[in-house]
Structures are given as C-alpha cells and as structure tokens.
Write a protein that binds this ligand. Structure first.
Ligand code: AHR
Length: 503
C-alpha cells in the first residue's frame, strides 16, 4: 500500500522556529577539549578553537548552543572558568568523573558563539550551589558595568555585557544520578526563587525550568505539575530530554521513536496548560526540548566505571544510516510542534554523541546524523504546514500501530519555497508516497535529496567520511501531484518552488 499526503498552504501549524535547530556543548568527554577547542590544531584560530569544526557547525546550521551542561553543570563553579587561564583551578568533575582544567570557561565559550554565529543558552548550577551563585553569575554575564561583578567581567577582558537571553534553571534535577538531585517540591521552590530573582534583574529573560529527564521517569507529569504550580509566573519554558536506541533487537520500535517524542511533547503541553487553567491564566508555557538524540546508552558502562582523567573518549557513538533516519524523524516531530516547542537542542555537538567527530591533531568529519539536521535547518523556512497523511501502518512492540510515513512540510510565503520532509519508518517495505499539492499554484520540483543506504548499518569514519551522505532521490511531478519513491529506512528532503528563481 502507498502513502498519500495532502499539503495545503491554508493549514498552518505556526512559523518555523529557528531555535528548534539548537545544539549542546557540555564539558564532557571530548566535546569541548579536542572537540570545539584544540590550541595547536592546524586549523585553530587565535583563541585556540578549531576552524574545521567551526566550519562544520556553520554548515550544520545550529542556531542555539546550551552550555556548560548537562550533568556537569550541577557541580560546576562558574568562577573557576573566568580570569587568567593560568590561575584557573584543576577540579574533579563528579558528574563524569573527569579532570576539568577550566581552560575553557564563560569568556571562551561566549566568544566562540559570537564568532560562529550561535545564540548561547546558559545553565546554572542548582545542584551543589544555589540562588546566590546563580544570581551572581547572571550579573557577571549580563550586567552593565557599574557594579562589582560587571567590573570583574570587564577586568577579565569583556566590558560589554553579553546579554544572554536563555537561561536553564539547573539540569535534570529529577534524576537520582544528578549531583544535588531534588524532590519535585524542593526543586519547585528553588526554581521559583531563582526565577523570581532573575526576573528582578531582567524581566525579559527567557527562563527554562527543569522538566523530566525522560518520559519513563516515575515522577513524569507530577514533576512538571508541581514545578509549574510554584514557578509558573517566573519561567517561560519547561525542559524535556529524550535519548533513543533499539532495545534488544526491536529495531521497528526504534524506527518509531518519534512516537515517544510526540507523546512526550503532548503530555508536557497538556500538563502546563492544566496548571494555567487552574490559575485562570492565558499564559502558555513552552517546551524546551534541550537534550534529544540517538544514544546507545546500553553500551555505556555508567559514570562509576570512569577513571578521573581529562577529556576521555566518552560515549563517542558512531552513527549509522538507521540512526540518521531516526534523527530525521525526530526533527520532523519537533517541526510538527513548532507552535509549542520553543527550543530544541540536539545533544551533543562534537564527539560525545555528536553529529561531528574529530581526531586530536587530525580531521573533523560529519557523522550520518549530521545530514538530516543540516538539511532540515537549511530548508525548513517560513511556516510549518499541517499535513493530512494517509499511511500504511506498522506494528511496533513499544508504541502499537504507527504510521509508516512520518512527514511534515514548510512553506516560505516570501520566497515561494516549499519543503517536504519525510521518513519511511519500515525496516523492510519500500513505499511510494503521493503528495497532492493542488492547493498551491504551479510548482516546480527543485531538488530531492535522501539519506539511505542499501545496508542501514553503514557509518562514516575518519577514513571513509562520506559513506553516508545525502544523494538524489527518485520523485516526479505530474499535474500537481508529487510521487516520491521511499525505500525502507530512508529520510527525504524534497524542495519545490512557486517562484521562478532557485538556489
Ligand atoms: O548528554 C549527556 C547527558 O545526558 C547530560 O549530561 C545529561 O543532562 C543527560 O542525562
């Protein structure tokens, strides 16, 4: 059976939110050291940051970067990462049992963001520290000179405030693994207090309260409700985190991971709206999906297995075509929720479950999962459209019957560009998908790229960095109907235009 999609410019979910294409830089493994930062590397700039990685980050189109963690932030002293580099302390990091030299800190990271053209999203430590240190850090970063903390920043080389807009109030505080983990009511009170104080300094900051570390957490739903009941007036967003991998040999459910993300977002939105309803408020809390990716956690021996060393090779998953198709389907899901997901950060950026890999002193290359991210970030412009999809169903153990064809579409009214993003989530069955575009005027097919390999286990390596890459897909246009041939386990980006031009 074939899939059928009807796409019409009148049915709009919302504007494409560019912050859906965020990333995450944690002081963990080799994400920072020998990832984005490697003085002495042949491509390093005068600040010690790798030029080859910066170029790939720009190509990827990442818009936001969350920093410095992750679990790391919950035992981080921001003061360690400012001031003369030679005076900075070497510390143990309890989150990842590593040695942190603090060579990279706030100035280095925010400078890198400015040069690469990424909006920073800073997290504060609410694990081993609290209100005072968080407020001092906010002043250090954002206050205009005239007071002590801003003077310290200026003395350390940066007079002008950075004016960071996005702040995470802690990280995964619901997780027993978190240093300084809290019960929901304890966290709710802290989030309320920190949110209140942050807003005193700047009422326009965008604040993210911690939500659940995944949808399977025993406190999921209750955590969000209790946190928002306390912090509702002081925050804008609530976080959600999710990592996916096949459980045992259940690849069918893995391919349908977007179902979990979809239901997760719906449930968080429903909970936030319930809190709003009880308060009689029209305010809408949005979701900050600030950690998501494929992560083969079953291959990770756990934090206690780690020796205390600097920048170890930690969770450097090598991604396949199969993983890239799942990542593509998760991006489709985020776009479908553009009206309620304010921020999304793929975790992480380099080496640590990253779309970019590096070798110290050597090359940087794109993992398979880089490609759906880069193409979606580049071509999802304008409005997200509500598609009517009729799809064959697939039975999965985890999610029951799901649609084989998972899709979204965007329409840029200004340029006349249309993009359809689509995944065939079947492990075995190819399918033809017809797309009825008759609601538009005359359209021209510009390009059809797909990520697919005969063997879905193909990966990119330093020696063979382009084995998995986008290549031309097979599609045709007849009388306003687009027909796409979608092989099993494939991701597609099809671009059309109403206009005459094309890049
Ligand atoms: O991204 C790796 C880790 O996953 C982060 O540090 C943590 O927040 C999450 O559990």
């Amino acid at each position: 059976m074939a899939g059928h999609i009807r796409i019409d410019p009148a049915f709009v979910v919302g504007e494409v939110n560019p912050r859906l294409f965020g990333t995450f830089v944690e002081h963990m493994g080799r994400c920072v050291y020998t990832g984005i930062f490697e003085p002495g590397h042949p491509t390093a700039d005068e600040h010690g940051f790798r030029g080859d990685v910066a170029e790939l980050v720009r190509e990827m189109g990442a818009t936001v970067a969350r920093y410095p963690g992750g679990n790391f932030v919950s035992n981080y002293r921001w003061e360690d990462g400012v001031g003369p580099v030679d005076d900075r302390p070497r510390r143990v990091d309890l989150a990842w049992r590593s040695i942190e030299p603090n060579t990279v800190g706030t100035h280095e990271f925010l400078g890198w963001c400015e040069r690469v053209g990424i909006e920073p999203m800073l997290a504060v430590n609410l694990g081993t520290r609290g209100l005072v240190e968080a407020v001092e850090y906010l002043q250090y970063v954002n206050a205009p000179v005239g007071t002590d903390l801003a003077h310290r920043r200026a003395a350390n080389g940066r007079e002008e405030p950075w004016d960071v807009r996005l702040w995470c109030l802690g990280n995964e505080m619901d997780g027993p693994w978190q240093i300084g983990h809290m019960e929901a009511r304890e966290y709710a009170r802290v989030a309320q207090e920190v949110g209140n104080a942050f807003r005193r300094l700047d009422p326009d900051l965008e604040l993210v309260a911690c939500g659940s570390s995944n949808r399977q957490m025993p406190t999921f739903g209750t955590w969000e409700r209790i946190t928002l009941e306390a912090a509702f007036d002081h925050v804008d967003h609530i976080s959600a985190h999710a990592y996916y991998e096949p459980i045992g040999d259940d690849v069918a459910s893995f391919l349908a991971s977007a179902e979990d993300m979809d239901r997760f977002i719906d449930a968080v939105v429903a909970t936030a709206d319930h809190v709003a309803a009880v308060r009689g408020s029209d305010k809408r809390i949005h979701v900050s999906f600030d950690e998501w990716n494929v992560w083969y956690q079953s291959r990770f021996g756990g934090e206690t297995s780690l020796p205390f060393v600097h920048a170890p090779r930690l969770i450097e998953d090598v991604y396949s075509t199969l993983d890239a198709v799942v990542v593509g389907s998760l991006l489709i899901t985020l776009l479908r929720h553009t009206d309620r997901v304010a921020i999304a950060c793929q975790a992480q950026l380099v080496n640590v479950i990253g779309p970019i890999m590096t070798e110290p002193g050597g090359p940087a290359w794109r993992q398979a999962i880089f490609h759906p991210f880069a193409l979606t970030a580049r071509h999802a412009k304008g409005r997200v459209l509500q598609l009517a999809v009729e799809s064959p169903q697939i039975d999965t153990d985890r999610y029951g019957a799901v649609e084989q064809v998972w899709a979204t579409g965007t329409h840029d009214v200004g340029t006349g560009d249309i993009a359809v993003f689509l995944v065939n989530r079947s492990l075995e069955e190819p399918t033809d998908v017809t797309v009825d575009l008759s609601g538009f005027g005359h359209l021209r097919l510009v390009e059809h790229l797909q990520v697919h390999t005969e063997n879905p286990a193909e990966v990119n390596t330093a020696a063979d960095p382009d084995r998995v890459r986008p290549h031309a897909g097979s599609s045709r246009m007849d009388d306003g109907v687009l027909t796409i041939a979608a092989p099993a386990v494939s991701w597609h980006c099809i671009r059309l235009t109403e206009g005459a031009h094309h890049a």
